[in-house]
Design a binder for this molecule. Structure first.
Ligand SMILES: [Zn+2]
Length: 286
């Protein structure tokens, strides 16, 4: 099996404008990323960091950390986009969405000097995806207080394709399967596998953090050829004030738990870009 770990680097703009947090350490992403890079280097594991584009612009940390983005790349990790300003994408008009995605791609590419292939949407939204049986009425009706949803997973993937992106991490649940889990007819939701949709490789998200839930999930798929995707936030890596599955310490433990399986070749860690290439290779051969 393969595991793809991605990190959502929100930056202070994410806290201020999106989460409305007033008490926060504005350097939490910067410090958390340093800690994560150390753990990942110690285990020689490569991952994907999706960074808010504004962080790549020249200026002072912690709002702007172009040096750190180049360090992430130099350590062998993939750099992807987490939008330009960490705004909620679902209610955006198409021109606004296009502009935000384009600006983030340009800012990150100017920073690292190479193409950005991947995108991770803030808040894992939109999640409305009728083509896959996923209906989010709260999102469509704007019940989160963020405005009526205009975008869906399908329109996001189409826009990303127009801008030259190659993959997008997505999060949705088939509404019928959801119901079956709630009714106890199904013990777990399916771990949906990466697939090609309108030219984009869509990589479904499976779990948050590196705690017991993620360990159990990986154990369930050992010995199969599944791809499992996990994610965390660098700004949680050093947070000890809350019960936290996303800490650098738990990442270290998680990687030690599966060290033997890794050595025996039963599992390997890949970046999202590697997952994208594999999906395209299989699609070409079929
Ligand atoms: Zn985010």
């Amino acid at each position: 099996m393969r595991i793809a770990i991605s990190f959502d680097y929100d930056s202070p703009v994410g806290y201020r404008e999106s989460f409305g947090k007033t008490h926060y350490d504005p350097a939490a992403d910067q410090k958390g990323t340093e800690a994560l890079l150390k753990v990942l280097a110690a285990h020689d594991v490569k991952t994907t960091f999706a960074v808010v584009g504004r962080v790549a612009l020249p200026g002072n940390p912690p709002d702007h950390c172009p040096e750190q983005i180049r360090e992430i790349l130099a350590a062998g990790h993939e750099v992807a986009s987490h939008s330009m300003h960490h705004r909620f994408l679902a209610p955006m008009r198409s021109e606004e969405l296009l502009e935000d995605l384009r600006a983030s791609k340009q800012a990150l590419e100017a920073c690292i000097g190479r193409p950005i292939r991947g995108f991770i949407p803030p808040f894992n939204r939109p999640s409305h995806f009728p083509q896959k049986g996923a209906f989010s009425f709260t999102e469509r009706l704007g019940l989160q207080g963020r405005g009526k949803g205009r975008q869906s997973v399908a329109s996001l993937l189409t826009t990303l394709g127009d801008l030259g992106f190659g993959w997008c991490r997505i999060s949705y649940q088939n509404s019928f399967e959801n119901l079956a889990v709630k009714l106890g007819l199904l013990s777990h939701p399916t771990a949906i596998q990466p697939f090609l949709f309108r030219g984009l490789v869509a990589v479904p998200l499976h779990a948050t953090g590196f705690g017991e839930t993620s360990i159990a999930l990986v154990r369930r798929f050992l010995g199969t050829d599944a791809v499992i995707t996990l994610y965390a936030h660098p700004n949680q890596a050093l947070d000890t004030t809350i019960p936290n599955d996303e800490s650098a310490e738990l990442l270290d433990r998680f990687l030690r738990v599966f060290e033997n399986e890794r050595r025996e070749g039963q599992l390997r860690f890949e970046t999202m870009a590697q997952i994208e290439l594999a999906v395209r290779a299989v699609t070409r051969n079929n």
